[in-house]
Ligand binder design. Structure first.
Ligand code: SAH
Ligand code: SF4
Ligand code: F3S
Length: 474
């Protein structure tokens, strides 16, 4: 407290200046971590890979399923050992676990200094600055008075939580530091107003708030002026985007028209809100990829109703039919869950049946996990773990077979790729993605990277396609 500017300049100890950022969870978290990195970079922090070299360690957490929560929590506990060795280390838990547990996390995890929810992340940089300053002051004082550990001697007073902005607009003052030189994530909305009975996300990310379209477009124009060629628009339910003037179809059309942006994708679409206008925009715009991630969750009407998804299996199938009528080559992917409370064998068979009828290109598959505070958590989690595992395995086997068949059917077709870089297996080979987001390995000169090329698919493995280049576009 209350040390003068003068005193600060005289401090002999090194500034807290390196940070390590560990990210779990969905693409929204990836985007949030890029925003955090941008903020910290602007404040002069240097990023390091390992916490062993870091003065500040941030863990961006996910709690969507128990397994995700356990993984993040395990990692946070590991940091306690570093903190013992280096008491001045600042540890922050941010993201969905921070919002779920709030201040209680500071009590339960004595080595954690900062707890910051997703909607409070724009405040993180300032909080870090304050606590770093307190640590420096402590280091100074300890030289004077011989204190040994900041935790024992009150520097931990700087410990605090920011978890109160859950429903408010989110504005970051500086640009994100992006992971990828070609593909950029752009968050278009925060929060979720749907009450899917199993889902904790509305409790961790708050009510929906859409970023103004003008702000989003300005960001995309900057990306286009830089190295970026593909934009991924992010929201828990992009179809309910509305900034007061523009809905999602408007926004998508405007983003796709930004010169220099070759491709636009978006996740996630809620099947109940997918509009005909959106399908029209996707069909009409050459930059928007014909790629729909449309989580079905289950195939049984009874289960869907208890999940409060707002559609039945026939509604879902009609949607798929509509998409395929307008855009026959559309790649459609989904999320599916097994073992929801009360899910019978017959309900599960309905899910398998839906898989056979829709033939998704791929699916993310999960075992239901009760989440405290959600309506479903009050119902008995009555599908035994062994049954959940068995159902999951059958589901995966069926979907893998269909994905492989779809990949095989692409052999001989011509596909447009955005070339992303050398392939992981060999520097001689390049990797690109089709408009349907499938990975294709092919031979080509390094100059292709960042460009659109056409390949003919020659071979298909389980999750990878192989091709020969037929032409390169300017
Ligand atoms: N907003 C997106 C997805 C959010 S979470 C959407 O509505 O589609 C990503 C996926 O995690 C969900 O689609 C669902 O399949 C799964 N999921 C969410 N809560 C879960 C839970 N309690 N147990 C198991 N899977 C869950
Ligand atoms: Fe969760 Fe449903 Fe919102 Fe998706 S739409 S984040 S599953 S509540
Ligand atoms: Fe996880 Fe939060 Fe995303 S709970 S899935 S990181 S919205």
């Amino acid at each position: 407290m209350g040390h003068s500017e003068q005193a600060e300049e005289e401090l002999p100890v090194a500034d807290i200046s390196t940070y390590c950022l560990i990210t779990y969870g969905c693409q929204m978290n990836d985007a949030d971590s890029e925003a955090i990195a941008g903020d910290l970079a602007a404040r002069g922090w240097q990023r390091v890979e390992s916490e062993s070299d870091a003065d500040l360690v941030l863990v961006n957490t996910c709690v969507v399923r128990r397994s995700a929560e356990q993984r993040a929590l395990g990692r946070i506990w590991q940091l306690a050992a570093w903190k013992k060795k280096r008491p001045a280390m600042v540890i922050g838990v941010v993201g969905c676990m921070a919002q779920k547990e709030k201040e209680g996390l500071l009590e339960r995890l004595p080595h954690v200094d900062l707890v910051v929810g997703p909607r409070d992340l724009p405040r993180l940089g300032e909080m870090v600055r304050e606590i770093a300053q307190a640590r420096r002051a402590f280091a100074h004082d300890s030289r004077v008075s011989g204190f040994s550990s900041p935790l024992e001697n009150g520097v931990s007073n700087g410990r605090r939580a920011a978890v109160d902005s859950i429903d408010r607009p989110v504005h970051f003052a500086v640009e994100p530091q992006r992971d990828h030189p070609l593909k950029a994530r752009v968050t278009i909305m925060h929060g979720c107003n749907n009450g899917c009975s199993y889902c904790i996300v509305p409790l961790t990310r708050g009510r929906e708030w859409s970023r103004p379209a003008g702000e989003i477009l300005a960001e995309v124009e900057k990306l286009a002026a830089g190295t970026w060629r593909e934009v991924l628009l992010l929201g828990q339910n992009v179809n309910s985007y509305h900034d007061g003037q523009h809905d999602f179809a408007d926004l998508l059309r405007r983003v796709a028209a930004v010169p220099g942006i070759l491709r636009v994708r978006y996740v996630t679409s809620h099947p109940k809100d997918l509009s005909d206008r959106l399908i029209e925009v996707v069909a009409a715009s050459s930059a928007v990829c014909e790629n729909f991630h449309l989580p079905a969750q289950a195939g049984s009407d009874r289960v869907l109703a208890r999940m409060n998804r707002g559609y039945g299996r026939e509604d879902y199938l009609r949607r798929i039919e509509q998409i395929r009528r307008a855009i026959p080559q559309a790649a459609i992917t989904t999320d599916l869950m097994v073992g929801f409370p009360g899910e019978t064998d017959a309900d599960f068979e309905d899910t398998l049946d839906l898989v056979r009828r829709v033939r998704w290109d791929s699916a993310f598959t999960f075992m239901y996990s009760p989440r405290e505070g959600t309506p479903a958590a009050q119902w008995p989690d009555d599908v035994p773990a062994a049954v959940k595992r068995q159902r999951l395995q059958r589901l995966i086997e069926l979907q893998e077979r269909i994905s492989a068949e779809i990949n095989q059917s692409l052999i001989g077709t011509r596909q447009e790729l955005l070339v992303e870089g050398p392939s992981r297996r060999s520097d001689r080979l390049l990797m690109g993605r089709t408009r349907g987001d499938k990975v294709v390995i092919f031979e080509g000169p390094p100059e292709c990277v960042g460009q659109i090329v056409e390949v003919r698919i020659t071979r298909a493995a389980a999750h990878t396609l192989f091709g020969e280049r037929t032409r390169t576009y300017a």
